[in-house]
Design a protein around this ligand. Structure first.
Ligand code: UDP
Length: 215
């Protein structure tokens, strides 16, 4: 019997991760599908799309998934669902990802093309580092943290669980980004960000919840 691999999430994030996992599994006795609880169609980019119940019922000697969904709370829920069903949560990375010395990364990390993680770094479960992001020396990053494309995370930064860092954000060396914080696209973060806060701009400031950004 073959091993069954899934990319959980058949939308934008998942379609960007599928080719990376496919390249890693090339030549192995493995079947590769999308898993999605609301399948957009039955096949995407040449792969079948299964709902989770079908994924765990399908014949296979073992089951493994990469959870490729940007929403970190959903990732955590699905991580638990997989554990309960005996499905291994795995990571994958592009062939050109650079990882230097003494780096520990938890299970389920998805590292897109051109990501660099330099030395003496700790990262928790199900980290997403999208295209061209970097993590510099001595950073400590929690569980279910998400980097959109092009995040510049400089040295000695700590980032709490479930933080979301928007595309192109720059985080100054030595800062702390609290759990569940959101850093807006293009923000230049020069001060610590409290847990749960949303900051944006250059220099990044807390967003006034009453401010209306509508048309
Ligand atoms: N999804 C799922 N289970 C969940 C929540 C979401 O399978 O509990 C799927 C959802 O049906 C969708 C994908 O995950 O196909 C998320 O896609 P979206 O475009 O919202 O975001 P992405 O993470 O791909 O940027």
């Amino acid at each position: 019997m073959t091993r069954l691999f899934g990319v959980y999430g058949a939308s934008g994030c998942g379609r960007g991760i599928m080719p990376l996992l496919r390249a890693e599994l090339a030549g192995e006795d493995a079947r590769l599908v999308f898993v999605d609880d609301a399948p957009p169609s039955d096949h995407i980019n040449g792969h079948a799309v299964l709902v989770f119940d079908d994924f765990i019922r399908d014949e296979a000697c073992s089951r493994h998934v990469a959870i490729a969904i940007a929403n970190s709370k959903v990732r955590e829920t699905l991580d638990w669902r997989c554990a309960a069903a005996g499905v291994e949560v795995i990571g994958t990375r592009a062939p050109n990802v650079v990882i230097m010395d003494d780096v520990e990364i938890g299970a389920g990390a998805l590292l897109s093309p051109f990501v660099a993680v330099t030395s003496n770094i700790r990262i928790g479960r199900c980290f997403h580092a999208n295209l061209y992001s970097y993590v510099e020396h001595d950073c400590v990053i929690g569980d279910y943290v998400t980097f959109a494309p092009g995040v510049h995370c400089n040295g000695n930064v700590s980032i709490g669980d479930h933080a979301y860092i928007g595309a192109g954000a720059v985080i100054r060396q030595g800062l702390s980004i609290g759990a569940g914080a959101t850093v807006g696209m293009g923000a230049v973060v020069t001060k610590n960000v409290p847990a749960g806060a949303t900051v944006a701009g250059n220099p990044a400031r807390p967003l006034d919840k009453k401010q209306d950004f509508g048309p």
